[in-house]
Design a protein around this ligand. Structure first.
Ligand code: TRP
Length: 357
């Protein structure tokens, strides 16, 4: 089941998707407030990523200094195809831009283009408590699935702490599954400051309604690796096919049975792609058995196709300009690196490392 959130009153489905709601940071921001978030280039950027995260990133750039990082170094901790990685990074950057990340307002960059991430991660690994790291749920889950457990999988949260602290980010929009990692970052800050003097502030998570977009199976969170997703770039036929096989309402066995839109996966997704009056009408039709699951699925597919069309159109426009994405990413890295270098100079001094020539 998808979690209920209120939809904005928008006139078109496309407007519903691109102008969606987001809850602002919980702490009252100062002008120094800096938002940083990261996303892995694992391929298959899906509607769960969009609705659960990137949609908020777009909103946040209106109010805050924002840095958005494509975390390719994190992606190395899982089995992946090196030949395909450059393509996945470029495609994700293109999709983020198509979703509305504006390089004039936010710094969009690739983690490995700023080598200070790795450098700070090493330093923080000498501060991060081993015991805490061993308790990370995501590490336990991932290591159960992995063929062999590499150390990077274990220190993954330390690299994430480096991503955040390099820019002294004050606010971090994260999904539920990353809250524990952010707690670790806060712990690292306390230990670092204790030992070396006040250097970093504890970053705050950006609280929003927990939005967990479930996968097409209706049982697990939508994810690339589980294959239960709709990609933001899926074409209309693929979307129709995937939705037609989606989970609906187990208790509605016959067409004439009244449905339960509140516990139906397809009905739940409607709210993100259609204006509220349309959603109400569809839910009522389901409840009174005026429409069946096939009709609900058709309505959802139509709305989703219409919503994603504008993002896909922008994606095509960006791809039509060769070199544009690389240019944006290089400029992003240049801006990010200027900040990262300053932080590292301060950190090196605090640690007592001899200045280089
Ligand atoms: N670990 C995050 C995820 O899988 C991605 C990430 C890496 C991140 N570095 C970050 C998120 C820094 C927020 C801040 O979703």
């Amino acid at each position: 089941m998808t979690t209920k959130t209120s939809s904005t009153a928008s006139s078109t489905p496309a407007a519903t998707l691109s102008g969606a709601t987001s809850t602002p940071p919980s702490a009252s921001p100062t002008t120094e407030a800096t938002v940083l978030s990261g996303i892995q280039p694992s391929g298959g950027f899906h509607i769960g990523n969009y609705l659960g995260a990137v949609r908020d990133w777009v909103k946040l750039q209106e109010q805050y200094r924002c840095l958005y990082c494509i975390v390719d170094l994190h992606a190395l901790t899982q089995t992946y195809d090196p030949a395909g990685l450059p393509g996945r990074v470029r495609e994700l950057a293109t999709e983020l831009l198509a979703c509305g990340i504006d390089p004039e307002r936010a710094t969009l960059f690739v983690q490995s283009h700023v080598p200070e991430h790795s450098e700070l991660a090493w330093i923080l690994s000498t501060v991060a408590p081993y015991g805490e790291l061993s308790r990370m749920t995501q590490f336990k889950e991932k290591s159960e699935r992995a063929d062999y457990i590499n150390c990077g999988l274990f220190t993954y949260p330390v690299l994430m702490a480096a991503d955040i602290l390099l820019y002294k980010a004050t606010h971090v929009p994260v999904g539920e599954d990353q809250i524990q990692h952010l707690e670790l970052t806060r712990e690292v800050v306390r230990r670092f400051n204790n030992r070396f003097g006040p250097t970093f502030a504890e970053p705050m998570p950006i609280h929003k309604e927990p939005l967990r977009i479930m996968g097409l199976d209706g049982k697990q969170k939508m994810s690339k690796s589980l294959g239960n997703y709709i990609a933001v770039g899926d074409d209309p036929d693929t979307i129709r096919k995937k939705i037609s096989g989606a989970f609906t309402d187990e208790t509605r066995l016959r067409r004439k049975d009244p449905g339960h839109p509140e516990s139906c996966y397809v009905c739940g997704l409607q709210q993100y792609f259609s204006p509220p009056d349309k959603v109400a009408e569809l839910h009522e039709g389901c409840r009174t058995a005026r429409i069946g699951c096939v009709d609900s699925k058709r309505a959802l597919s139509d709305a989703m196709i219409a919503s994603l069309a504008s993002i896909q159109e922008r994606k095509r426009e960006i791809m039509a300009k060769p070199g544009l994405v690389d240019e944006i990413l290089h400029e992003g890295a240049r801006r990010a690196r200027a900040v990262a270098k300053k932080t590292m100079a301060e950190v090196r001094e605090r640690l007592g490392l001899l200045p280089a020539a």
